[in-house]
Write a protein that binds this ligand. Sequence first.
Ligand SMILES: [Zn+2]
Length: 349
Amino acid sequence: MSRIEAKKQFYMMYPKESSNIELQNIQRAKTDKHIMKHVSPQYIDEFEAQLMSDTLQYSNDTRCDIIMNNVIKCSEITEITLALEQTFIGFIDQSDFNNARAKQRYHDGSCLVIIGRNIILDLIHISEIITLRYIQMFQLVPSVSDTLLNEWRSKLILKRTLSFDAEGFELSLIQNDPEEYFIGISAAILDAAIAFIIGHECGHHFLNHTKNPYSDSEFAQFMKSDWKNSLPQLSDRHIKEFEADIFASFFTFKFIEDIRIRSCIPQFDFAQEAGFIVAAIHLFLNKSDPTMETLDHPSPFYRYKLIMTNLKSLYGPDKSEEMKTLVTWICEESGFADTQKWERQWWSQ
Ligand SMILES: [Zn+2]
């Protein structure tokens, strides 16, 4: 299956992007004295060598590549596998693209999904706050008291603001969580959240939302004009968003299933379903009114409701109740709702 055109178009549109973002970050880290103070040079060298030996197939980002590989591998040869094999996930690290998008399908049938660094930073932030809840609920780290967890939580809420003390927080982690439960669980939740986001965009491809039915390029150009903006809302576009969310739920479920089969660390995989709600909470970020819809997207509130319904059918009512409790906790008790200035209690509706 070919991803050639999608890949070519990505590097034409974003010529500054590296073909291996993680390797580039590691090589940058080696020159950063602050980072090198906390990690052993030998560990960094080994990690670098491992990244250099990996050939990325489906993305220029290692994490996205692993997610795509896992979902493709655990599905039998199906229509979904075939569609995913034609998709390239372009990770945008160098410019401020705050979103994820599925581009129009190319002439060779290949598809491009682009995802920006900032969306990942938001997902990391939410995943880390939820991780504290899991550590507390299951008393995973005996050396971490409730007082310390509360302290971590109030510090973490400030992440992505100038008041966040990154060095102090990292130091406290290193001192109090030598087994690195915090890093392990938050990474597991984050993986599932990213799977949901890229799954949504892959869904647009799989469901043929990105297929250009016009072969004449002059007409295709004409079609690109902003005629739709002058019309009242087209609900058809909203239906496509809901369909893509259903695909994303299935994609994430497949991804988690594969991890669960291979995981030898039982404490980590139970938290992965939280990735669904990280992706859902992300929809509400910087939005004061959850019921507001746009021309392109239905309201975050209805998308959240659908994600919860999907969780129920994939994992059963107990899991969906557990996730609702987690959403309520993150909104009411974590302090996260205050910093977001959510005017409505969308989570209790
Ligand atoms: Zn969409």
